[in-house]
Design a protein around this ligand. Structure first.
Ligand code: FES
Length: 138
């Protein structure tokens, strides 16, 4: 076996191993743990819904930001800790909800309705009214 064939065979083997063993395990999703530090402008068309209380946006698929009360925002990790479905915000119940299996989380990220068992990561949100922006960190 020459060197080229050896590497092609080895890489194909790694691909098979990863296809079998690298998928995430249900019920073992952990909240996104990467450090977050981003600023969004509320006059940016992508985030204009956040100006209205009760609305939310998913920013860069890294955080869900909800406008929960006048000038008060809550930011949490965007993926359900059960199986990773992207969450939405429900203004009536003031919870983050998963459309797949109906898990719900309160504004502190705590699970209030399963099957999820692990909390969301909650990020700090600084509302700078002078620059009309939100800085989200955590
Ligand atoms: S993915 Fe199952 S409750 Fe969210």
């Amino acid at each position: 076996m020459n060197r080229k064939v050896f590497f092609q065979t080895a890489l194909a083997g790694i691909g098979v191993i990863c296809a079998v063993g690298c998928e995430s395990k249900a019920d073992d999703m952990t909240p996104d743990s990467d450090v977050l530090d981003l600023t969004i402008q509320l006059d940016d068309a992508r985030y204009k819904d956040l100006v209205k209380q009760g609305f939310y946006v998913v920013v860069e698929n890294r955080v869900v930001v909800a406008h929960v009360q006048p000038s008060q925002y809550v930011a949490v990790s965007p993926k359900c800790t059960h199986e990773g479905t992207t969450l939405a915000y429900n203004a009536a119940s003031k919870t983050f909800v998963c459309s797949l299996d109906q898990s719900r989380y309160d504004l502190t990220g705590k699970v209030v309705n399963g099957p999820a068992t692990k909390p969301l990561t909650v990020y700090s949100v600084a509302n700078d009214e002078k620059s009309n922006s939100l800085r989200i960190k955590g």
